[in-house]
Design a protein around this ligand. Structure first.
Ligand code: ADP
Ligand code: ASP
Ligand code: MG
Length: 592
């Protein structure tokens, strides 16, 4: 008998009628000869209401009590769903996170799942009941109730599918599947037949709220194919699997994060240990930092900019206040009216011209780019929040995302069986003492690279495109790009890396005076160190351990970028080997 996990999101259980409709789907699936576990979210906007309520009694509610409160939303819906199934004459039992034995760590409001005991669920399934599992919640070792972070019911569903060795994991939501971007923002978005784990993981963490990013970490780690489909139709939906939709396109999707805030710490001492001192304090508070840009400054001083989710800005400011005296910084500025537009695609890793195309699309729309960061499979640009949707539309259009790729792969249901774990693998997984523990796959070194920094670049739409077009025409293949405002009014600075043997060609075009750049500096021998794994943006400890290892050796970090798949740092070439050894030693226990 097959086992199917079905998850119904907030809109899918928003009213008694919708709960009944979802209950009917579960009953139908059971009647087709399957065992069924249903994971449910809180009804409609209930979680938002509970947060508002909490804020009415305390501006900054204690996190433990917040989880106690928020978990009630899911408790209501599991009970109602079980009642609905009973009303159709079928057996169902509702279980909270604690009753299912979902053990988490104690990081309230963003707890990670450690273990799940499946006996109780199995017992009920074997007795012919449909199990209704509360999404988004668990308990820590002291039985404090915890929640997994907004959107976390997806993670409950995929985690249950993984540990139960389910035959299918279906995410029922209010759209027909995964689109090239949020179809509510851009009606021209196209529904994808399938998308790879890596691409979905990046998109989810860059704003594609259709899936909780950590659910995709589970899916990738345990190879759980996911079907995302509509609660309100029988349309087939989209598959999230190990392969991409098209083997040839550079970009498969775009996303917008509207609730982003930028912080800049000015005049930081540019010495080893500086990144560690700053980002450790943010990581200690479990704040997810993105778009880290360090301007290569004058007189051993640097400006460090990065973004955080707007709702964590206040906490981030506190963390920075602690770090400032340690790094000799003089000032912090912040901008809470920014949005981040990103493009993602596995094909980007081995195609050139993708960054220019994105910068060109924004320039043509008259949109100024405030910050740029790139990594292997994503490019993010920070823009004014009021221009966010327009920016998203411009890049979606430029990459032709509304057209189905001519070489699109399809996914057959038979492949689902192939991906399924064997019973022994499931047993092995259940032995795991920490399901969401960090998974590192590789540590590598790329030598013979060069850095180019352009300071005093006029902050005008279109300049980034022109610069990277000229560099590409000079035959250089650009890897990391970072850009941020550098403190002078209306000016910005751009740094990027290229292979060392392409440096001279780059310098020749950039020093031609065509781009009105105040100063061009370069370093001909730098190296990129990369730690790759799964979910590295939310496992902030990786970047921190990396910064610490380098700081302990007195090695300066010249550039950094992070994605879900990798943390990269650029160091001086002469330090490269020593740095690699140190990282291998730091992470040796975590490599799989
Ligand atoms: P649920 O309550 O079912 O978990 P969510 O609101 O969390 O639903 O996620 C579904 C929403 O995600 C959609 O209504 C859509 O607006 C949004 N979304 C954002 N990006 C995408 C995307 N790339 N594809 C599909 N939906 C997306
Ligand atoms: N109810 C929670 C939220 O709104 C979890 C979820 O819906 O996935 O974030
Ligand atoms: Mg959701």
């Amino acid at each position: 008998m097959a086992l199917i996990v079905q998850k119904f999101g907030g809109t899918s259980v928003a009213t008694p009628e919708k709960i009944q409709a979802a209950a009917r789907k579960a009953v139908r699936t059971q009647q087709e000869g399957n065992q069924v576990v249903v994971v449910v979210s809180a009804m409609g906007h209930e979680t938002d209401h509970l947060i508002d309520l909490a804020k009415k009694v305390n501006e900054e509610p204690p996190a433990r009590e917040m989880d106690m409160l928020l978990s009630t939303g899911e408790q209501v819906s599991v009970a109602l769903m079980a009642m609905a199934i009973h009303s159709f004459g079928h057996q169902a039992v509702s279980l909270t996170g604690a009753q299912m034995g979902i053990r988490t760590d104690s990081s309230y409001t963003k707890a990670r799942i450690k273990t799940i005991s499946t006996e109780r669920i199995r017992k009920h399934l074997d007795a012919g009941k449909i199990v209704i599992a509360a999404g988004f919640q668990g308990v820590d070792d002291d039985f404090n109730i915890t929640t997994l972070g907004r959107g976390g019911s997806d993670t409950t569903a995929v985690a249950l599918a993984a540990v139960l060795g389910a035959d299918a994991c279906e995410i029922y939501t209010d759209v027909d599947g995964v689109y090239t971007t949020d179809p509510r923002l851009l009606p021209e978005a196209r529904q994808m037949g399938l998308i790879s784990y890596d691409e979905m993981l990046e998109l989810a963490s860059l704003g594609a709220s259709v899936m909780h990013n950590r659910s995709i970490e589970f899916a990738k780690k345990f190879d759980v194919p996911i079907r995302v489909r509509s609660s309100f139709s029988d349309a087939p939906g989209s598959m999230i699997v190990s392969m991409p939709e098209s083997p040839s396109v550079a970009v498969c999707g775009a996303a917008l994060t509207r609730d982003e805030a930028r912080l800049t710490i000015k005049n930081v001492q540019d010495t080893p240990g500086m990144s560690y001192a700053i980002f450790k304090r943010l990581a200690d508070r479990k704040i997810t930092v993105d778009m880290i840009v360090q301007n290569i400054g004058l007189e051993s001083r640097a400006d460090v900019s990065f973004t955080v989710p707007s709702n964590e800005l206040r906490d981030a400011q506190r963390a920075i206040q602690e770090a400032m005296p340690l790094v000799g910084a003089t000032e912090v500025t912040c901008d809470d009216a920014v949005a981040k537009v990103s493009v993602v695609g596995l094909g980007m890793a081995d195609q050139t011209g993708v960054a220019e195309k994105m910068f060109g699309a924004l320039a043509n729309a008259g949109i100024n780019i405030q910050m740029i960061t790139t990594s292997e499979i994503k490019i993010s640009c920070l823009v004014q929040r009021s221009e966010g949707t327009q920016a998203l539309r411009a890049v979606h259009q430029a990459f032709g995302l509304h057209h189905k790729p001519t070489d699109a792969n399809t996914w057959h249901i038979g492949q689902m069986q192939h991906a399924k774990m064997s019973p022994s693998e499931v047993v092995e997984r259940l032995r795991s003492t920490n399901l969401e523990q960090l998974t590192l796959l590789d540590i590598s070194l790329l030598e013979d690279q060069a850095r180019v920094t352009l300071s005093g670049v006029a902050d005008n739409p279109g300049l980034a495109e022109k610069i990277f077009k000229a560099v590409a025409d000079a035959g250089a293949v650009v890897d990391m790009i970072v850009q941020s405002c550098d403190g002078h009014q209306g000016e910005t600075s751009i740094s990027f890396t290229v292979p060392s043997d392409q440096l001279q060609a780059c310098l020749k075009v950039l020093e031609s005076g065509k781009f009105g750049v105040r100063k061009v500096t370069s370093a001909s021998n730098i190296a990129k160190l990369s730690v790759s794994g799964i979910g590295l943006r939310s496992h902030t400890s990786v970047a921190i351990a990396l910064f610490k290892a380098l700081a302990d050796l007195g090695i300066n970090v010249i550039m950094t970028n992070t994605s879900e798949l990798r943390v990269n740092v650029v160091v001086d070439g002469k330090d490269a080997k020593r740095a690699l050894e140190a990282l291998k030693k730091t992470f040796e226990g975590a490599l799989v």
